[in-house]
Design a protein around this ligand. Structure first.
Ligand code: TRP
Ligand code: SF4
Length: 340
């Protein structure tokens, strides 16, 4: 489309490129949705987007059970599509299908001083955990370098992240800057696209994590499973009996209502909880119903995609082809600036 101003036809502004990905670690939970996916669906209209299922990143920790990675990856793509990522608007890909990620990773690995990786702010805490679960390995260590390559391979300008992740992007930018300086190249220096990410606690109020067994999957298999999980949720401990008053802000059920329920329902919870006018069972029932309302269609869509592997494959193949062409173009630019 072109716009006409003062009789002059102007070329349309070129959309900025956004790249993001999700590490393949198993089924998606609602934290993945509120942390990234719902935002991707918004970004797809405004930017030229590349979104990926990052199975190489998954492999850094799941290397002992690689056979699980492929089905998880397919399910992840089905989930993206079910929740509104549009393959006509977005280039949707699987990281390991684009070998150029790894080639650029290796080029970047050579110009990344070890000290940069050691100084990544989350690293020190992670080391003990990694030793404990046998993921204290070179691949895991180099995670930020691969991430830099993921972004640079599509010459992306923007990466959507929450406030706590801004520093992670810093190392990507440093790597690209070093590359540009060394080889007089002009890969875009990526920057963050700050996104507000709501806090999504686990069913027990702790951090939502597969290892705690406190996750609500993004698409529970059935309404029954969804209800069962919501019923398991921990409530304000002050409400022991039905007639005890509670404080919604101390309760994860209320936290979820804020994500899934209407303003009217929120008021109903606030007033009812503080006056003991409603019971926790009522409150959870309403929440489950509201989540179900939103999940019904995506659940069906996801099932349909997984039951029609041909259709899902053709969407994946088309996305990977598009991504690969762009990645190859970047690698040509990279090699020619390196005179290699
Ligand atoms: N680290 C991201 C996650 O944990 C996944 C990821 C890999 C990514 N490469 C990326 C995100 C590049 C943004 C840009 O889900
Ligand atoms: Fe939590 Fe709702 Fe019970 Fe209040 S009424 S404690 S918000 S579940």
């Amino acid at each position: 489309m072109s716009s006409e101003a003062n009789g002059v036809v102007q070329a349309p502004a070129k959309k900025l490129r956004v790249m993001s990905g999700m590490r393949v670690t198993g089924r998606l939970h609602i934290g993945h949705y509120w942390g990234a996916l719902q935002n991707w669906v918004k970004l797809q209209d405004e930017y030229e987007c590349f979104f990926g299922a990052m199975d190489w990143h998954g492999m850094t920790t799941a290397y002992k059970s690689p056979k699980e990675i492929a089905p998880w990856t397919r399910e992840m793509i089905a989930e993206f599509l079910a929740w509104g990522v549009d393959p006509e608007k977005v280039t949707l890909f699987i990281q390991s299908r684009i070998p150029e990620h790894i080639e650029l990773f290796m080029i970047f690995a050579n110009l990344t001083p070890m000290g940069w990786l050691e100084r990544v702010n989350t690293w020190k805490d992670a080391v003990e955990e990694m030793k404990a679960n046998d993921t204290h390995n070179l691949g895991r260590f180099a995670y930020p370098v691969l991430q830099a390559a993921d972004i640079a391979i599509y010459r992306a300008h923007k990466v959507p992240v929450g406030a706590d992740q801004i520093s992670h992007l810093e190392i990507s930018r440093e790597i690209v800057r070093r590359f540009n300086n060394l080889y007089k190249a002009k890969l875009p220096e990526m920057s963050h696209l700050l996104t507000e990410i709501p806090l999504v606690p686990g069913l027990d109020g702790r951090k939502m994590s597969k290892s705690y067994g406190n996750t609500l999957y993004l698409t529970e298999d059935s309404e029954k499973d969804l209800k069962k999980k919501v019923n398991m949720m921990v409530t304000d401990p002050a409400r022991v009996r039905r007639e005890d008053v509670g404080e919604p802000t101390k309760c994860s059920v209320y936290g979820y209502h804020k994500l899934y329920s209407s303003a009217e329902d929120l008021q109903w919870v606030e007033a009812g909880c503080r006056s003991a006018g409603i019971g926790c069972g009522d409150c959870k029932g309403r929440l489950a119903a509201n989540i179900e309302k939103i999940s019904l269609e995506p659940r069906e869509k996801k099932k349909e995609l997984l039951n029609n592997p041909g259709r899902l494959d053709s969407i994946i193949d088309a996305g990977c082809d598009k991504a690969r062409k762009e990645a190859q173009k970047t690698l040509e630019i990279v090699r020619s600036s390196m005179k290699w």
